[in-house]
Design a protein around this ligand. Structure first.
Ligand code: FES
Ligand code: FES
Length: 157
């Protein structure tokens, strides 16, 4: 089947999509967007998180056909043409990226949190990122990154 959807603001189509294929597979393998990562493929780790119609979802659990006609934003789509998003910059600056496998999902989850909550408490940050697993960092640098991004984005909405 053909699936047509909007990805990062542009209409995109993929042909010969198998009915069991995931949105994650379509994004990575058919549309050339490797940002969302395939780690567990079971909805457990959050590394494949993207926005679907403005809501963060695990794209490994969304059938590609379910995304037909809908709006997807990936971690690539958060940056502007010449600059990373402040959340992305904060992850780099605080050293919250080690192997980087978890990073795209964490960035999308943190972006969503800061869009909803301008100055989140540590508890709110931990809750918002609870579905995103990281095996490298011990999470402290990730918390630092979200705190820094919150400081920088507060008052900019
Ligand atoms: S790859 Fe989707 S939740 Fe782990
Ligand atoms: S940086 Fe390696 S899993 Fe998080």
């Amino acid at each position: 089947m053909r699936v047509t959807l909007t990805v990062n603001g542009s209409e995109q189509s993929a042909d010969d999509v198998w009915p069991g294929e995931s949105l994650l597979y379509v994004l990575r393998e058919r549309l050339g967007l490797p940002g969302a990562k395939n780690a567990c493929e079971q909805g457990e780790c959050g590394s494949c998180t993207v926005y679907l119609d403005g809501e963060p979802v695990c794209s490994c659990l969304v059938a590609a056909g379910q995304a037909q006609g809908r709006d997807v934003v990936t971690v690539e789509g958060l940056a502007s043409e010449d600059r990373m998003h402040p959340v992305q910059e904060a992850f780099v600056e605080t050293g919250a990226v080690q192997c980087g496998f978890c990073t795209p999902g964490l960035v999308v989850a943190a972006h969503d949190l800061l869009a909803r909550t301008e100055r989140p408490s540590d508890l709110e940050i931990r809750e918002a990122l609870a579905g995103n697993l990281c095996r490298c960092t011990g999470y402290e640098k990730i918390l630092d990154a979200v705190r820094l991004a919150a400081e920088r984005t507060a008052g900019t909405r």
